[in-house]
Ligand binder design. Structure first.
Ligand SMILES: NC(=[NH2+])NCCC[C@H](N)C(=O)O
Length: 394
């Protein structure tokens, strides 16, 4: 995979499931949702999203299926049990009994526990007494749910022929990487895939990583990906020979712009759609390998200039969404800039971003509209909800 826009062949999605039913007004902030989604409708919206992609000849892989198939391998099953049970939360006694229970369940059941979590009242009845069990509320989580699995973009990212398991910054998402790790290590389809980066390195989330051109990455640095993360991703990509330039792009550290792809996504090999207010303010530090194995850092320079130079093109075109600041801010919040390209000039976008979509079409872009009133409650659009696994070159 060497671009954001080459014809999309295969993509990893997660159809939201019971993990969304765990969200309540008391935990939604911590679990990174801005409201409580209506789960059935979210599933319908997601099914429609998958259908749009299939209609364009894209193979849709669903995380639940991949995880379940991977867990058929006994080693994966052991890793799954390990990922579910946290001794620090449960204490040794309860942890041991949960571990022995989970060791005997079918892959589908273990997969469900890994995704949706488990409350104290759902724990298998065990003999004896546990202080931990007695002192917890029955609705407390013994195993945390992972509602943000929906945003498959963030937990793993393909660069060239390698996959990097992300190092997720927020506690609510950290355990996602264990699931992706199991899929890529044990699912027959992915066995033998070479890894990039390391899941235990400094924080890097896939929503911050843009494949601007073959060998050129842009990496947002903000709430999720740290400067240390961008630097070590660059170092490892250079060492693996899968990039020659990495642009580290500071983004505002707030909820509306938690990832670079909330303000900028690619819609063609030399064109992006961008939050109008970011257009003139985004800058980039350029990282390149230097002669003696170190890193050379230049900049900061205006992002669009640094990108064009690294991509070896005259200009990186910005589709002028020309919106008034209030509309621009509203549509940015609703992921208007978070498009998923299925081919150069063909993108999936939320239908609700009426103005942004109209401007994209005026610029000759085909916009495949999907509903996202429920899906968007977790603050993510079509790009966030997809992890491309294979694209043809442009
Ligand atoms: N690539 C993205 N923009 N992902 C959006 C992730 C949204 C998710 N609720 C989070 O806060 O982590």
């Amino acid at each position: 995979m060497d671009s954001e826009v080459g014809p999309l062949r295969s993509v990893l999605l997660h159809r939201p499931g019971a993990e969304l039913k765990r969200l309540t007004p008391r935990n939604n902030d911590q679990l990174l949702f801005d409201s409580i989604p209506w789960v059935d409708r979210a599933q319908q919206e997601h099914d429609a999203f998958a259908e749009v992609l299939r209609g364009r000849g894209v193979e849709v892989l669903l995380l639940t299926d991949l995880l379940q198939a991977a867990l058929e391998d006994p080693r994966a099953h052991v890793a799954g049990v390990h990922a579910a049970v946290d001794n620090r939360r449960l204490g040794d006694d309860l942890a041991d009994s949960l571990r022995s229970y989970l060791s005997g369940v079918e892959p589908a059941v273990l997969g469900e526990v890994l995704m949706s979590g488990m409350t104290f009242e759902e724990l298998p009845a065990s003999e004896g007494t546990s202080l931990v069990r007695k002192m917890h509320h029955p609705h407390d989580f013994a195993v945390d749910p992972l509602p943000n699995l929906l945003f498959t973009r963030d937990s793993s990212v393909w660069i060239a022929d390698r996959v990097a398991i992300a190092s997720l910054a927020m506690p609510a998402r950290r355990r996602e990487t264990a699931l992706l790790d199991i899929v890529y290590a044990y699912h027959p389809r992915f066995r033998g895939t070479v890894r990039a980066y390391g899941a235990h390195s400094a924080p890097v989330e896939g929503g911050d990583v843009l494949l601007l051109a073959p060998g050129v990455l842009a990496v947002g640095v903000g709430e999720r990906t740290s400067a240390a993360g961008a630097e070590s991703l660059a170092r490892s990509a250079f060492a693996d020979g899968i990039a020659h330039t990495v642009l580290a792009v500071p983004i505002a550290q707030n909820r509306a712009t938690m990832h670079l792809d909330t303000v900028c996504t690619m819609i063609g090999p030399d064109a992006v759609v961008m939050y109008p207010l970011a257009r003139d303010s985004l800058v980039a530090y350029s990282l390149r390998p230097d002669a003696d194995g170190g890193l050379r850092v230049d900049g900061p320079a205006p992002f669009l200039d640094a990108a064009a130079q690294a991509m070896d093109i005259d200009r990186l075109h910005v589709i002028d969404t020309g919106l008034d600041p209030v509309t621009a801010e509203r549509e940015q919040w609703d992921d208007g800039n978070n498009t998923l390209a299925v081919a150069p000039g063909v993108v999936v976008g939320y239908e609700r971003n009426v103005e942004t979509n109209a401007r994209l079409e005026e610029a000759g872009i085909e916009v495949l509209r999907i509903a996202g009133s429920e899906l968007g409650s977790g603050r993510g659009g079509p790009r966030c909800m997809s992890c491309p696994v294979a694209r043809d070159s442009v």
